[in-house]
Structure formats: C-alpha cells, structure tokens
Design a protein around this ligand. Structure first.
Ligand SMILES: C[S@@+](CC[C@H](N)C(=O)[O-])C[C@H]1O[C@@H](n2cnc3c(N)ncnc32)[C@H](O)[C@@H]1O
Length: 354
C-alpha cells in the first residue's frame, strides 16, 4: 500500500517510521530490518536509485522474502540483500504491493447479505483493485464472529465446503462490536469479476509465491488463510480484467446478469488513486446506481477520506477514531469501522440505517 510517510521527509524517515510505527505489532523482524535500513546510508542510497513508487519498505522486504530471506538479525539480512541485490532490484522493479486478503470478506459479509436480503435477489460482484480476486468468494468461506459473549459461525452450503488441496475453506475470525447485523446465512453469489491494473494469476506459481511473500514473516495464520483461499478460487477461477478501474468498471458491469443485484466493492485500493481519479470513480458509481441499481461498498483507510479541496468524503468521521483501521461505507453511508485485514468490525448503527 502506498504510504503518506514518503513525503518530503525522505527515504530513511519512511523506513524508520515503518520500522517503529507500522511494523512492530505485527512483525518484529520487519521492524528490525526496516530500522536497520533507515540507519544504513549505503542501502538508502541504493533504494533512492529506484523510482519513487518503488521505494516503499514493504516492497523491498517482500522481494527479499520472495528470494528466500529467512527471519534473521539485521546483519544477516543485510548480507543477503547485498549478495542478491540485482535480483532484489529486478523483483522490486517488476512487482508491486498487491496483498490479497481474503479475511476482508468477514467485514464485507454483513453488508453483502443485507443488500441481497433487501433486493431478494442473488448477488453479482465486481471488485475493483482485486489483485488475485480472493475477496470475490464471500459465499465460499467459513466465518466466526465473536462478540465477546458468543461465537456465530456461518458456513457455505455443503457443495461449496468440499475439502481442497489446502484442507478446506479458510475460517475467517472476526471480533464484532456495536451490534453488527450478522446474517442467518451466506448470500448467494451468481457472478463474480474483478478489475486490476495487474491481475495476479492463482494458477501461476510465481504469482502465488509473490502473494505469500507479501504476508509479513511471523503471520503464519495469514499464509495458511491465503493458501486455503487460493485453493477455493482455483476450483472456480475468477474473471479478472486487466486495466484501470475507472476505464473498465462500466463495461464489466454491462456483463453482469441483469436478474442479479450488482455490488461494486473495493478494499485498500483508493489510496493508489489521486483525488481526481477517486472523484471520477464516485461519479461512475453514481451513474451505475441510477442506471443499473448498482450498490457500492467501500472499505478503505483514512488517507482516502480527505479530498484535494480540503473537504472530506465522510465529514462526520473523525480520522483519529480510525487509528489504522478502515471505514466501511455502504452506498455512501459509513456503517462500520473495520480491522484492515478483516479481524474486527465495529458497527456504527443499531442496525442498518433505513
Ligand atoms: C493492496 S491491493 C488490495 C487487493 C484487494 N482489494 C484486497 O483487499 O485484498 C491493491 C490493488 O489495487 C490495484 N490497483 C491500484 N490502482 C488501480 C487502478 N487504478 N485500477 C485497477 N486496480 C488498481 C493494485 O494493482 C493492487 O492489486
């Protein structure tokens, strides 16, 4: 994900911020490596020879992991980087941060089920910025919502939960708060498609290895979830269109079955767009809503709330309340605050706003 930390402060500060603020809670290894790089003028100099959009910490760290870097102290990691610099460079320059997190389906599911319920029709899904398309299978995963007092488990109909090579569907665990309106069953999805500038192919071992490398070293549970989600998607690969979301979404929407309720959704994507591209996307969605009855789910971090003119997309939301989490916005209305990987969901209303 692009980071605002790369502004005028410079590359070393970007790595120091990543190593001291973003990484420590999830990856002590990435925290140590990133601070090590921040304090290493030779490496900072090498990184600054790459184009600006290739200098983000996660990209070089994932490239090293892709090449086999193990969890080690910084000194050993540095030796690895120096010895393999040409390969690291090649991967950094040819790849992008495209983490695909199936866990986000847990925070999208209540809204998807409510939309299907309100229209009485099955869903047709379009995810923009879909990466490998793993969030297009909300009807195929298992969910466990924990409100502190009890756990609500939701599972696909038997046909969909057949064992896979990875051992069965991922179980998406989500801690809920504030009366999340959980559905009684998973919604039916009759059509699914995605758009990405660079769709990743779950049948390509290199792309799958890159998806694994993007998961932070200590997060084995996320790697297991990824493998299980990939196995589900491999049984019925998604339709993925290569291109810019603003250029592709209307023509893809025309391919969706007319008798299904169309939902366009996105997670962790809008930060890659500038404010005019985001504005164009909002206009397109409004048009699709008017012409096609399309619904819209946006699951994005605070960086996309503030607009170029100083206004904010969601004036009633205080940025500080998000603290690294995502705001879930349904048809333009904020409904929940979501953990960035789908691990938590805090509802903002007693139920769905009328
Ligand atoms: C951080 S990934 C998130 C992937 C997925 N939405 C998820 O939640 O797992 C962001 C994705 O957005 C894609 N992307 C960025 N800008 C885009 C654009 N203008 N049009 C289409 N896709 C874009 C990137 O290629 C990348 O795969």
């Amino acid at each position: 994900m692009p980071s605002a930390g790369a502004g005028k402060a410079g590359t070393a500060d970007w790595y120091r911020n990543f190593g001291t603020v973003d990484a420590p809670a999830s990856s002590p290894c990435y925290a140590e490596w990133s601070v090590g790089i921040a304090d290493d003028p030779e490496l900072i100099g090498r990184i600054e020879r790459w184009p600006h959009n290739k200098r983000q910490p996660l990209l070089i760290l994932a490239a090293a992991r892709f090449l086999g870097a193990k969890i080690t102290p910084y000194a050993e990691f540095r030796e690895f980087l120096m010895a393999r610099w040409d390969e690291v460079s090649r991967i950094v320059l040819s790849r992008a941060t495209q983490t695909n997190e199936a866990g986000r389906c847990a925070t999208l599911l209540p809204s998807l089920a409510a939309i299907a319920g309100s229209t009485g029709r099955p869903l047709a899904l379009i995810e923009v910025g879909a990466s490998a398309g793993l969030a297009l299978y909300p009807d195929r995963y298992v969910y466990e919502y924990d409100d502190g007092a009890s756990v609500t488990r939701l599972a696909p109909r038997t046909r969909d939960s057949s064992p896979t090579a990875a051992g069965g569907p991922p179980v998406l665990r989500c801690t809920v708060k504030g009366g999340v309106p959980l559905p009684a069953e998973l919604p039916e999805v009759v059509w699914r498609a995605g758009i990405d500038l660079n769709p990743l192919d779950i049948s390509d071992p290199d792309d799958v290895a890159w998806l694994e490398a993007l998961i932070w070293p200590e997060q084995d549970f996320r790697r297991d979830r990824l493998r299980r989600a990939i196995a589900i998607a491999q049984q019925d690969p998604p339709l993925l269109v290569a291109g810019d979301l603003n250029e592709q979404v209307e023509s893809l929407a025309r391919q969706a079955p007319q008798d299904a309720t169309l939902v366009v959704f996105h997670s962790a994507v809008m930060a890659y767009l500038d404010s005019s591209q985001r504005e164009a996307f909002r206009s397109t969605i409004s048009r699709l809503a008017a012409e096609r009855g399309c619904h819209w789910l946006s699951n994005e971090g605070h960086t996309v709330l503030a607009q170029a003119d100083g206004s904010t997309v969601v004036p009633e939301m205080d940025e500080a309340r998000l603290r690294g989490r995502f705001l879930l916005v349904q048809d333009g209305l904020p409904v929940a605050i979501a953990g960035p990987h789908g691990q938590t969901l805090e509802w903002l209303w007693g139920s769905f706003p009328g």
